[in-house]
Ligand binder design. Structure first.
Ligand SMILES: Cc1cc2nc3c(=O)[nH]c(=O)nc-3n(C[C@H](O)[C@H](O)[C@H](O)COP(=O)(O)OP(=O)(O)OC[C@H]3O[C@@H](n4cnc5c(N)ncnc54)[C@H](O)[C@@H]3O)c2cc1C
Length: 467
């Protein structure tokens, strides 16, 4: 495979290879790389592969760029009030800053504008097939891939194209993770997953139970505090609710200054505990459970308003749900409450329905076994990007993952023996963590500390460099 200068799209009547496995023609796209998805991660993959000289075909099931941040998309998880949780400089791509006059935490509509500008600035749209869903990705001929697509929604014929490499950038915030509770099917009230929550009008005047204390669960509880007739917030354990600002700066920027100074985790934890003690104080005073872990051991919850509304009696913190009854919800402390609406803000699970799970080495729960959360043991021409949950923004990490992958693909041509050595590195390192000491739950499968993670990517870049 060599980097191609062909910016072209697959020709419907391109050279067909014989004999196709299932009697359908396969169009050979030569050295072209396929990218699945045109959200943040897919866009930066297209850009970085093009900059390294590769032809790219990107398939996007929706009709626009922006992935999760495009509220028009039927799988978009954003709601009317979604703002970035990570601050602007820690979210933007390193080579495309957000405007200086944007706020520290831009609104989701601004984030979408940002992606649209990124796509236009780097002229990426010409490489994207919109409204086209990837339904199968199969390894063939050693390191090549047959990618089968069709129009989103299942219309039109299937089309299979053969690629030199594939980047999977299909996102991991769209397939709801739903908890199982005894009696749930008997419950007569309304039930929804946070993925269907779009507007505070859905909460107005209702007795609402929000289950889950991720950033989304806390946001919805805060909205329910202002819109619902009552809000209960159910959490399994106690959490640290960190303010979005510390010393007048976005909290992630303060944390990053400490990371840059290589302040050890223990000291950072101690400083953070003190900051929380001085600002929020003792959480149990508000009726919130005492956290059973130190800060940085669960994904950070950045919410300055939750404790405020608890303190104003607009949110009642409650423990986990024990079971559902027709008209009530029983809690693990024996209490019963009577919500009309239950919102499960219980997160998302990754889904790669177009790939045999064995290709990604996925375990029974569906968690892939990768190196740097991106590189696939035994498949040097396949990479996943964006499958990270950092203590900062994701976009920078996706950028560097795809730069590394593009360099690896280029090296396979120039120095195949070095690329082969790197492949061994991928196999040896699969499953490595970059997250210090986080709790072992599906919520933290992809948790990475951005500083440790980027250092590991940098080391990998050096390993790849031609000498
Ligand atoms: C409420 C909320 C707040 C968040 N806040 C932040 C934040 O502050 N900072 C941050 O960095 N991240 C945040 N995130 C995480 C968010 O997922 C990432 O910012 C970002 O969307 C990841 O980009 P991605 O391209 O990897 O995935 P996505 O944005 O999900 O894009 C994936 C794309 O792939 C397409 N696709 C999927 N399957 C197929 C297929 N089979 N064929 C063709 N196309 C396909 C989808 O249509 C989509 O366009 C937040 C998430 C949520 C839910």
């Amino acid at each position: 495979m060599s980097p191609s200068t062909d910016p072209g799209r697959p020709e419907p009547d391109a050279t067909t290879l014989a004999p196709p496995r299932d009697a359908r023609p396969v169009s050979d796209r030569g050295d072209t790389v396929c990218v699945i998805g045109a959200g943040a991660s897919g866009l930066t993959a297209v850009k970085n592969l093009r900059e390294h000289g590769f032809g790219v075909d990107c398939y996007e099931r929706e009709t626009g760029v922006g992935g999760a941040w495009n509220w028009r998309h039927d799988r978009s998880p954003v709601y009317a009030s979604t703002h970035l949780i990570s601050s602007r400089p820690f979210t933007q791509f390193p080579d495309f800053p957000m405007p200086d006059d944007w706020p520290d935490y831009p609104h989701h509509s601004q984030v979408l504008t940002y992606f649209e500008r990124y796509a236009d600035h780097f002229d990426l749209r010409q490489h994207i097939w919109f409204g086209t869903e990837v339904i199968r990705v199969e390894p063939v001929d050693g390191d090549r891939w047959d990618v089968t697509t069709r129009s989103t929604g299942g219309y039109g014929p299937e089309r299979t194209s053969r690629y030199a490499a594939v980047v999977v950038a299909n996102g991991h915030n769209w397939s709801p993770k739903l908890p199982r509770y005894e009696g749930l099917e008997e419950f007569r009230g309304e039930i929804m997953h946070a993925s269907s929550y779009k507007d505070p009008a859905q909460l107005r005047g209702k007795r609402v139970l929000v289950v889950g204390a991720g950033n989304t669960g806390c946001d919805i509880a805060v909205e329910a505090a202002q819109q619902a007739s009552h809000c209960w917030h159910s959490t399994r354990r106690g959490y640290w609710y960190a303010p979005k600002y510390v010393l007048g700066r976005p909290a992630d920027q303060v944390n990053d200054s400490l990371l840059a100074l290589r302040v050890p985790l223990r000291v950072r934890q101690w400083l953070y505990h003190w900051t929380l003690r001085l600002t929020v104080g003792d959480l149990t005073r508000f009726g919130l459970p005492k956290p059973d872990h130190r800060v940085y051991e669960t994904h950070p919850i950045a919410n300055s308003q939750l404790v405020y509304h608890v303190g104003h009696g607009q949110i009642t913190p409650v423990p986990d749900v024990a079971r559902f009854h027709a008209k009530a919800v029983e809690l693990t402390d024996g209490r019963e409450i009577d919500p009309e609406l239950v919102v499960f803000a219980t997160g998302y699970l990754p889904r790669f329905e177009f790939l045999d799970p064995r290709v990604l080495g996925a375990d029974e729960a569906g968690r892939p076994r990768l190196w740097l959360n991106a590189f696939v043991p035994g498949h040097p021409t396949l990479a996943v990007t964006g499958l990270v949950q950092p203590d900062s923004g994701i976009f920078t990490l996706s950028h560097w993952q795809t730069v590394l992958f593009a360099r690896l693909l280029a090296l396979r041509v120039r120095r195949p023996e070095r690329a082969a050595a790197f492949a061994q590195r991928v196999t040896a390192g699969a499953g490595e963590r970059y997250s210090g000491k986080v709790k072992d739950s599906s919520r933290h499968w992809f948790e990475v500390g951005h500083a440790d993670y980027l250092r590991a990517v940098q080391r990998a870049m050096h390993e790849l460099e031609d000498k």
